[in-house]
Write a protein that binds this ligand. Structure first.
Ligand code: 15L
Length: 260
């Protein structure tokens, strides 16, 4: 059975993947600053992604890494630099040192958050971070590309949308990634043979989506959920979006207005 190390495994997305991937043939090793709740099949390393020794120990015997750990929202630059940028460098370095074949990197839509609404936003659109947080995701995609080209790692950067149990805002009717689809997407990113470096958007098959899902589907992602099923409730609760609202205008929505 193949083994995958998940950094940030104690977080919400980590929890979805820890619940879903074992049934698809993956043995999980969790890595986080806090102990995990622990499924019967998983092992767990408590550590910090800025600690190279802890990462080396965690990488021992793993076939792939899913790198989720980091600050998930806007924050002061010094914090982003330390946790998201240095931490991500350390994870890729550990993968290189330890000969881990594949890294699936949790990038974010906020790497391109200032992309204005268009018919269809491709993954090759200009990187337009909307925050220091988004800027750290640009770095993560960049170091993934560097390590793929220079050291032969197989890297997929997933620009995750809004991964929550249900969509809660009007924007999420476009950007939602259901937990079940997240499992299928990361499965595809872990298993598709013969890739070197790919960037994909990570959302469900949302009728209102304007981010191109074709690159993810090319890897074998087969989303089953559509946020439209929640549209009536969400619109009743939130009302429609004005076209001048950043949530409507930009791919990254209100993050374009967030200050550290
Ligand atoms: C992200 O990258 C954040 O980590 C998450 O908290 C959500 O806000 C999400 O993007 C989003 O765009 O909805």
């Amino acid at each position: 059975m193949a083994r995958v190390l998940i950094t940030g495994a104690a977080g919400a997305v980590g929890g979805y993947l820890r619940a879903g991937l074992p049934g698809l043939g993956w043995q999980i090793r969790g890595f986080d600053r806090v102990p995990g709740e622990g499924l019967a099949t998983e092992d767990w390393h408590v550590g910090d992604i800025r600690d190279a020794e802890a990462l080396d120990a965690a990488c021992d015997g793993v076939d792939a890494i899913i790198h989720l750990a980091g600050i998930p929202v806007e924050a002061p630059f010094a914090d982003i630099l330390s946790t998201n940028i240095d931490g991500t460098y350390q994870v890729f370095e550990a993968a290189r040192r330890c000969g881990v074949r594949r890294v699936v990197y949790a990038s974010s839509n906020h790497a391109v958050g200032f992309t204005p609404r268009t018919e269809l936003a491709g993954v090759d659109t200009r990187q337009r971070p909307d925050t220091y947080y988004g800027l750290s995701k640009v770095f993560g995609e960049g170091i993934g590309s560097l390590y793929a080209d220079k050291y032969g790692l197989e890297v997929v950067a997933v620009r995750i949308g809004s991964c929550f149990p249900v969509p809660r805002t009007v924007r999420m009717l476009e950007s939602w990634l259901s937990p079940a689809d997240a499992v299928d997407l990361f499965r595809a990113c872990l298993t598709t043979p013969g890739l070197r470096y790919e960037v994909v958007y990570g959302i469900s098959a949302n009728s209102r989506a304007w981010w191109d899902l074709a690159p993810a589907r090319k890897l074998g992602y087969d989303p089953q959920d559509d946020a439209e099923a929640f549209a009536a409730d969400v619109l009743m609760a939130c009302g429609p979006l004005d076209e001048s609202d950043p949530e409507y205008r930009y791919l990254g929505g209100a993050f374009t207005t967030h200050e550290p």
